[in-house]
Design a protein around this ligand. Structure first.
Ligand code: SF4
Ligand code: SF4
Length: 521
């Protein structure tokens, strides 16, 4: 997996990279882990295996387990059990910028359902009424073209931004990263402490502290679940539900409980695995990035061969002092020195950690930095390339279509559907009848009564079967049965003739629907 993503330059040294630093337990070991760290012990066991057991089996007592050929997942131990990541925090300049962005986004996420434009919510996805409100504008299921253009615009924007700025979304704005790194991990650090090696807790957490942390998680997840639901039901309905007993709205309560449970599961248990396993965006990186896309990258030309100790050293050495700090801060548990990897969410923590180390040893910062695969390989920058030309052109075309589709919408939607059964009937007086149904949607914020007329051809009379259906409340939609009557001479020869139905509302909106009347040849 990582190999397919790796830069040709830069090399890791196997899964033992998480263990550099000096545990004081093993001979020749330079790891940063605590002596009783499970992964630490396991890494050394694997090392022994690779040296001693050509069959690839694990060490004594573990004969039944096969050592995987390659590192599978950073949240898995080699025996398949969960490896809990407790990344150390590096409070460098990028982290400070991300913290500002994260707090602003948290406030925005909570505030949006409460904001109104023209009396309408800024965003409301009303699944029950099948209406989507964005920036005070409401879209209905009949707005297929607008919704298609809108979704395409979002999709192409994501692809374009990724081609230029890499996984900026993942590291800076994705709710999973924002809440995990700036809300829930700080809570962990508060309850567990960070006084152990590598910023890990000194002791395991249990008893009252574990209960208190769970309570805080539960309260926060309930709050977030309510906020999330407000995007679908609106704050007014949500406030009403909160005031009432759950027994009076059991299904809504169950939805809220399920969303709270899912959030609790995600932030408490599943955590970074959502990015590593479940998120489709990460999986598409190999097709969305190119060699010029911005990524967080380690510079192996400058850093290798890595070696501990002061510079200049007796033996030729690169700038990487092999301190392992970039690894212990990584929230997805990877080693950026192995090259570009799908697991990297571009959170910049390794940049901050390495810059801090470089400053302390008196070397220039930027050994790990925002860069690109070409830049790291000392190739020139190319702003204009196929992706940065073709994607914006497509985006412009799709957004123009979106703007046109939105601007061409009048205050209502009217669609004429031909009635079921025979295409026409002939009455006892010799007149021809066609039956239709008119789908009407009131897109305005006022009650509306509609008037219908047949403009063309002359001699066609219109009958609305239920006149009262032509009055609609704001956002209302209805199917109105109609019939038209005309003399057979109008369709003689062709068996049909063009006709125009004109629909008007009380706000001067007008729409013309072209259709055909059918009759005998
Ligand atoms: S490799 Fe660096 S940027 Fe990527 S996830 Fe780990 S710490 Fe963040
Ligand atoms: S933090 Fe920098 S110096 Fe330390 S191991 Fe990582 S890349 Fe090398």
């Amino acid at each position: 997996m990582s190999d397919a993503f790796s830069l040709p330059i830069g090399s890791g040294d196997g899964d033992l990279s998480n263990h550099a630093g000096g545990c004081g337990k093993c001979e020749n070991c330079s790891c940063d882990d605590q002596p009783n760290d499970k992964l630490h012990e396991h890494a050394h066991a694997s090392e022994a295996v690779s040296n001693n057991d050509s069959a690839g089996k694990t060490g004594p007592g573990n004969e039944a387990l096969l050592t995987p050929d390659e590192h599978v997942l950073s949240t898995l131990e080699r025996d398949g059990s969960r490896r809990w990541l407790r990344p150390k925090l590096s409070m460098g300049k990028w982290w400070k910028k991300r913290r500002v962005v994260a707090y602003v986004l948290m406030v925005v996420f909570v505030a949006i359902p409460h904001l109104r434009i023209g009396g309408k919510p800024v965003v409301l996805l009303d699944l029950v009424s099948r209406q989507l409100t964005v920036l005070g504008k409401t879209f209905y299921p009949t707005d297929t073209l607008i919704l298609a253009f809108g979704m395409l615009s979002v999709f192409i924007t994501i692809v374009l931004v990724t081609a230029i700025a890499g996984r900026a979304w993942c590291g800076w704005a994705c709710p999973q990263t924002v809440y995990m790194e700036f809300l829930f991990r700080p809570i962990d650090r508060f309850f567990e402490g960070t006084t152990g090696k590598g910023g890990k807790p000194r002791d395991g957490m249990g008893g009252l502290r574990a209960v208190a942390r769970l309570a805080v998680y539960l309260i926060l997840c309930m709050f977030l679940a309510h906020t999330f639901l407000a995007y679908f039901v609106g704050t007014d309905r949500l406030a009403e539900w909160i005031r009432l007993s759950p027994l009076e709205h059991p299904s809504a309560f169950l939805v809220m409980a399920a969303v709270t449970g899912l959030m609790l599961f995600d932030f408490l248990i599943f955590r970074e695995q959502l990015c590593l396993i479940a998120c489709p965006y990460g999986r598409f990186q190999s097709v969305m990035l190119d060699e010029q896309s911005k990524i967080v990258a380690y510079d192996p030309v400058r850093g290798e061969p890595r070696a501990k100790g002061k510079r200049p050293s007796a033996t030729p050495a690169g700038d990487c002092v092999d301190c392992n700090q970039c690894v212990v801060v990584c929230p997805t548990g990877i080693d950026i020195r192995k090259g570009l990897q799908m697991e990297c969410i571009n959170c910049t923590q390794c940049i901050d950690a390495c810059d801090n180390v470089m400053s302390r040893v008196g070397l220039p910062t930027g050994l790990i930095r925002y860069s690109s695969q070409d830049e790291i390989a000392r190739k020139p920058k190319k702003l204009l390339r196929a992706r940065t030309i073709v994607y914006p052109v497509i985006l412009l075309a799709v957004m123009s279509g979106f703007a046109y589709a939105v601007s061409s919408k009048v205050g209502f939607d009217a669609r004429l559907l031909r009635g079921k059964g025979a295409p026409f009937s002939i009455s006892t007086t010799g007149s021809v009848n066609n039956s239709f149904k008119l789908r009407l949607v009131n897109r305005t914020q006022q009650d509306q009564t509609y008037t219908l007329t047949i403009d063309t051809p002359e001699g066609v009379s219109l009958e609305v079967i239920q006149e009262e259906l032509l009055s609609l409340p704001p956002g209302g939609n209805v199917l109105v049965p109609l019939s038209v009557e005309f003399k057979p001479i109008l369709t003689r020869g062709q068996g049909n003739a063009p006709a125009v139905l004109v629909v008007r509302d009380e706000s001067e909106h007008r729409d013309e629907i072209n259709f055909k009347i059918l009759g005998p040849r």
